[in-house]
Design a protein around this ligand. Structure first.
Ligand code: FMN
Length: 168
């Protein structure tokens, strides 16, 4: 069975909690948890199935650790890689930039030829604009700890059921 990597910053508290929940929901699948702050191109390309945790920081930007990996990503050919993104954002606090980091990362990966999976409906969220939108779907799982934390468990469970089909 293919190993799947979940890559996120081990210092991003909420992003890390969601990574644990995803791992738990997948059950027996062989998962490797990788710290985005120690990521290299070799590690990244050694997995065919990748889940990336991407919170939005700085009013619509990627966190530093992802931003620092972008030049490496831009050099890679990601054709054939199946990648699922989950993003964290705050729709009430940052309604004009909700989940922009997820959208920025999705754009970079799409441009390199990756197959993004795990898109989810934007229904049930309230915001003004988001770079993460692709039509009426987000380019991954949208988590809002600040305003909809009680929905995390269900959202993760539904997403993992979806990924099990889309990864296979
Ligand atoms: C300074 C600051 C800027 C933020 N900017 C945005 C933003 O532009 N868009 C958004 O959706 N969320 C934004 N957020 C909310 C974070 O994405 C959210 O709190 C997330 O859960 C952080 O996850 P982490 O603690 O794992 O990094 C911001 C939070 C902070 C503290």
């Amino acid at each position: 069975m293919n190993k799947t990597a979940i890559i996120y910053s081990f210092n991003s508290r909420k992003t890390g909690k969601i990574a644990e929940k995803i791992k738990e929901a997948f059950g027996d699948d062989p998962f490797v948890l990788i710290n985005a702050e120690e990521l290299t191109e070799e590690i990244f390309t050694s997995f065919d199935q990748i889940i990336m945790g991407v919170p939005t920081w700085f009013d619509g930007e990627l966190p530093n650790y992802w931003d620092e990996f972008v030049p490496a990503l831009e050099d890679l050919d990601l054709k054939g890689k199946r990648i699922a993104l989950y993003g964290l954002g705050d729709q009430k606090g940052y309604p004009e930039n909700f989940l922009d980091g997820l959208g920025i990362m999705a754009g970079i990966l799409e441009e390199r030829g990756a197959s993004l999976i795990g898109f989810t409906s934007a229904e049930g969220y309230e915001f003004e604009s988001s770079r993460a939108l692709r039509g009426d779907h987000f380019a991954g799982l949208a988590i809002d700890y600040e305003n909809q934390g009680s929905m995390n468990k269900e959202r993760v469970a539904n997403w993992v059921s979806q990924l099990k089909k889309e990864f296979s």
